[in-house]
Each structure stands twice: as structure tokens, then as C-alpha cells.
Design a protein around this ligand. Sequence first.
Ligand SMILES: C[S@@+](CC[C@H](N)C(=O)[O-])C[C@H]1O[C@@H](n2cnc3c(N)ncnc32)[C@H](O)[C@@H]1O
Length: 275
Amino acid sequence: MTTEKNESDYVLGTHDEEVARLGLQHRIWRSVVLDCWRRAGIGHGARVIDVGCGPGYATVDLAEIVGRAGEVLAIERSPRFLEVARQACGARRLTNVQFRNADLMEQEIGAIEFDAAWCRWVASFVSSPALLVQRIARSLRPGGVAIFHEYSDYRTWRLAPCRPALESFVHEVMESWRANGGEPDVALEFPQLLRAAGFRVLDVRPRVLVISPSDYEWQWPASFIEINLARLLELGRVTGQWTNSVRREFAEAAADATTLLTTPMFLEIIARRES
Ligand SMILES: C[S@@+](CC[C@H](N)C(=O)[O-])C[C@H]1O[C@@H](n2cnc3c(N)ncnc32)[C@H](O)[C@@H]1O
């Protein structure tokens, strides 16, 4: 296990601020997620894999939904994130979660015949989304469902009125993921990947928000910008002057109550393993 490498080569980092940011992100999308899981048939007694579970925010919700009659397998490459997930489940006395530290580009999940797999914001960061989808397919029983929330058009993240520094920031974020072997708009590949892996797509929905500075959801892009400006500097991709210009423009936008922000669009995909 290359523990240190796994922590340092994940493009967004696995530090405490990122753990907190992922929590905020989960809370902002939680109602959408709960509805989607319900429509996909995840309920009491289900056996569900949380693929790339991160610090386990969805894992906790899944474990509570499936209950003791069900089971959750939380798989994550970062030992640090996995430990946070383990503690979160422990604090809630959830005994129906198994934790597995694995790099899904190197290891199979296995033919464990689970009912469902939940995979959110993971495919953009792997070297082979095709392999990820195949491994998920092999882990499900025939008729099992896979649910993905993955970006399809990251560039929809824009401000109105337009702010050039934010456009530059979004471009730089996308390029940093690509430089790390990932692809932000990975969901565009999913119709073909799912079919090749033996899935039938049951439902696809675009997920995008248009928000104002006073909306709770504004904190999602705001926290992403703050944390990722530091991360891009740390990765040596940008200058302090550039980060200051992004910070300044975003603060100006936030101070203007008429500003609108469109979030990066992702697709919600529910697919069933056919055979
Ligand atoms: C943006 S975070 C999302 C975490 C979680 N799915 C959520 O929605 O909060 C992406 C996660 O994918 C994990 N990841 C990336 N590449 C991976 C791989 N090859 N194998 C397993 N996990 C991976 C990262 O460590 C990180 O926890």
C-alpha cells in the first residue's frame, strides 16, 4: 500500500479543510441524493457499495437507510479519508459498514453481488473511467443498480455578470485535474462506458444550480475556490498574484446582491446491470 503517495497525488488533497468542504458539499446536495437513492430502489436491507467514499458523508446516510438488515461497503484510496469515515460511522454506532482501503485502478471490488453502487465525483479523478465502470459492474448482482453523480460540463461554472478571473480559475481547475490524469467532463463518456460494461441506463438528469450570494449553496463554490487557490499554489500551477486576482473578483461578485452563479453541471445517472 503506497499510503503517502495516495495522500499527496490526489489533486484536491486530503487535508482537514478538504474533509470539511466535502461535508458542506454533501449537505448542499443531500436532498437531491436522498431522492435519487430512493428512486433507484435503495432502501432497508439493501447492500450498497460507496465507491470512492471519501470521508464517508454519504456512507453514514447509506448505512442509516439500509439499516442492520443491509450492508455498506465503503471503498476509498486515501487511508486518511477512510479513517474519518470509520470514525463518523463509529460515532453513530453504525455496525453495518465495512471499510476497504483500495485503489480502484489497481484492485477489483470483486464479484460480491451487491444490490447497488453509489459513485459520486470519483470518475473525474481516475486514469481509466472504463475500468472503474467495469469493476463496479462486476461487483453488482444482475439487476443491481449503479448510480453516478459525475460532471458533464464543468465550464457551466460561471458568474453573471461575467468575471474573467473566475473563468480563468475554472479553466485552471480543469487543467489541474487533466494534468493529474483525470477528466472533469467525464460523464460525457458514460453512455458508451455503461453500455460496454453491460449496463442499461434507466434515468439521466442534469444537476445544476443558479444561486445568489445570500443562498446557503453559495458556500459550496466559495469554499471550493478558497481551498483550491491554496491547492493550485501548492501544486505550483499558479502565482500568488493570480490567486489574489481570483479572490478579489469573487469577493466583488459576492458583495453584489444581483450576482448569479451557475454551478458546474453534473449528470445523475441511474443504470441497471443487465446480465
Ligand atoms: C471529490 S472526492 C468525493 C468523495 C465522495 N465520493 C463524496 O461524494 O463525498 C473524490 C474521491 O475519490 C477518491 N478516489 C480517487 N481516485 C480513486 C481510486 N483510484 N480508487 C479509489 N478512490 C479514489 C478520492 O480519494 C476521493 O476520496
